[in-house]
Design a protein around this ligand. Structure first.
Ligand code: ATP
Ligand code: MG
Length: 580
């Protein structure tokens, strides 16, 4: 049993000014978290209890799925990262440093290299496969913009798991098992989540799913089909092949001859140009110039659409892509930005499907204040290829079934990857198969952010008064509040009931502070303990106490002798709501 009078849970009324999202605000106000530096925190006692509960669920479900827990170091020698090629590729999120002997290290942001090194040393035979190992460990990523408290920190706990299989079929099975474990994990935490197709980013590999907790404050936009099970991060969301083939943006008929130059003084944006020329924006060929790790590239898309940079990067097989700045645009096109076009442009050019169907279009003339009209793709310019390069839009057809796609926002709490042989090949993690032949093992990796998941739970479960914890990850299950501890009967009734609950295995938080009842109630609401027992003078004198459900606000008056039973029944009911 915890007594508030002796417990470090400093609640505050003020809303911290640098906390932009509700979970960050409430974690600070409820005394769960304190900042040390940007993206780096102290976990206070009650906050740590929440994280430990998340971790317990993670361990139970990893173990159930047959994974074995290990613990790898946070400090990782550069040699391993050089073997995989990520020492140079990973960028500034990787915190690098040297020891006294000038040897290079990094703080591990993820542990594919370390685990692959471990497994290549220990696994020799197909008999040792499949093997899935996991850890719950402190990660460091020097995020550009740490924010939202535990949601995007620099130092944070992650559960990361890695599977090794003899072949692709085995790897698919390991992936399926982890996917199933993830569904159980987030259900047990009482979260409304969706698994969506995702880009593989820095980690690499062939395919991946993100587990998204649905919340308006989420940093990720996701699309889901209104009819079938398709869901994807917008970064990844495919445009319907049928839509691409019919090119709904194509209009008009190709004119004979050549493009005509027209004056468009100061008109740069799609809106400005289409209004000025009185043309359908869908017939405008938007030309975006990118600097990439594989050279300069012009990307074409029809006027109303946006280019999806992740699709561009993946299509080019580039490590990075970024929109060219004003200066570079001038160098490449000879004109200020807003007037670029593919006609006569000597830059590698790829086009989105939406450009293919344009019969007679308009585009920048690579000259200040000028555009070209009567432009015919194929005749006046020829992109290297037409592929899917644009962002999907709300209402677009689902790439699987054709029904309209819908947008929502999500917080990525987990990510599962099919890695294939990216790391095992580079680092020679091999085993001998049944015929004694050496083979490369096939990998998967699976991450869940511990703190981010707790924060996401708050984003989804709070009201004006504070946190409404799902009971499975609440710091305590029952709060016992004697409204006046100086009143001997109330104090002793509270002690008795708290002790009984404690012996019966309930996590009890006894607010034995000499505070006004209003303050105690406010703190109980703020900290979100799911069940509250209130002992007031009149009720106790009459042999009663109150039970209140934090979530519904429903309050019951119960005889003192039955109070513990009633509280336990409510706890059990709440636990059942978090059943996998
Ligand atoms: P994001 O796109 O949000 O940066 P990521 O794709 O980099 O995430 P992964 O590399 O897949 O994330 O990491 C696995 C999990 O670790 C994520 O699903 C998330 O829950 C957690 N995580 C990643 N970065 C952070 C961070 N900066 N702070 C807290 N948790 C994080
Ligand atoms: Mg990241």
């Amino acid at each position: 049993m915890i007594r508030y009078s002796r417990y470090l849970m400093p609640t505050t009324k003020e809303t911290p000014s640098d906390a932009e999202v509700v979970s960050h605000r409430l974690m600070l106000r409820a005394g769960l978290l304190r900042k040390v530096a940007s993206g780096i925190y102290n976990y206070m006692p009650a906050g740590l209890r929440v994280l430990r509960k998340v971790e317990r669920i993670l361990r139970e479900e990893m173990d159930r799925a047959g994974a074995q827990e290990v613990l790898m170091p946070a400090v990782v020698p550069s040699e391993l990262w050089k073997e995989s090629g990520r020492w140079d590729a990973y960028g500034k999120e990787l915190l690098r440093f040297k020891d006294r002997a000038d040897r290079e290290f990094c703080l591990g942001p993820t542990h594919e290299e370390v685990i692959t090194d471990l497994v290549r040393r220990e696994v020799r035979s197909y008999r040792q496969l499949p093997l899935t190992l996991y850890q719950i460990q402190d990660k460091f990523r020097d995020e550009i913009r740490p924010r939202f408290g535990l949601m995007r920190g620099r130092e944070f706990f992650m559960k990361d798991a890695y599977s090794f299989d003899a072949d692709e079929d085995g790897a698919a099975e390991s992936y399926r098992k982890m996917y199933g474990a993830y569904c159980r994990i987030f259900r047990r935490m009482g979260l409304d989540f969706r698994a969506v197709e995702a880009d593989t980013g820095n980690i690499g590999g062939s395919s991946s799913h993100e587990f998204m907790v649905i919340a308006d404050s989420g940093e990720d936009a996701i699309v889901s089909c209104s009819s079938c099970a398709y869901g994807a991060n917008v970064e990844k969301a495919e445009c319907s092949p049928a839509e691409a083939a019919t090119s709904p943006m194509g209009t008009g008929t190709a004119k004979e001859g050549a493009p005509r130059k027209v004056s468009t003084p100061g008109r740069r944006t799609i809106e400005e140009v289409s209004a000025f020329l009185a043309i359908d924006p869908a017939t405008l060929i938007k030309t975006l110039l990118f600097e990439t790790s594989v050279g300069d590239v012009a990307v074409l898309v029809s006027g109303p659409h946006e280019v999806n940079e992740v699709k561009v990067r993946n299509r080019l097989g580039a490590e990075w892509v970024r929109l060219a700045g004003e200066e570079r645009v001038r160098e490449l096109t000879g004109a200020p930005s807003g007037f670029a076009g593919p006609v006569g442009l000597s830059v590698r050019t790829i086009a989105d499907h939406s450009v293919r169907g344009i019969r007679s279009g308009a585009t920048g003339a690579n000259e200040k204040d000028a555009h070209l009209v009567d432009v015919v793709p194929g005749r006046d310019f020829a992109p290297e290829e037409y592929v899917d390069l644009r962002m999907v839009r709300d209402g677009d057809a689902c790439p699987r079934c054709g029904a309209p796609l819908r947008f929502s926002r999500g917080i990525e709490v987990g990510h599962v990857f099919r890695l294939g042989t990216k790391y095992s090949e580079a680092m020679r993690a091999v085993y001998l198969d049944e015929s004694g032949k050496e083979r490369v093992s096939v990998m998967g990796c699976y991450g869940i952010g511990v703190g981010r998941t707790a924060a996401a739970a708050i984003e989804q479960n709070h009201d004006d008064d504070g946190i409404v914890w799902p009971i499975s990850i609440a710091p305590f299950e029952v709060a016992v509040i004697p409204v006046n501890v100086k009143h001997a009967d109330l104090a002793s009734a509270a002690e008795r009931i708290a002790a009984e609950l404690d012996t019966r295995g309930v996590e009890v938080f006894l607010d034995d502070r000499e505070e006004r009842p209003g303050i105690k109630f406010k703190d109980a609401d703020l900290t979100g303990i799911p069940v509250r027992i209130t002992l007031g003078e009149k009720n106790v004198a009459a042999g009663f106490g109150e039970i209140r459900d934090r979530k519904t606000g429903e309050t019951l008056r119960i005889p003192l002798a039955e109070l513990a039973n009633a509280a336990i029944a409510l706890v059990e009911r709440k636990k059942a709501e978090c059943a996998p």
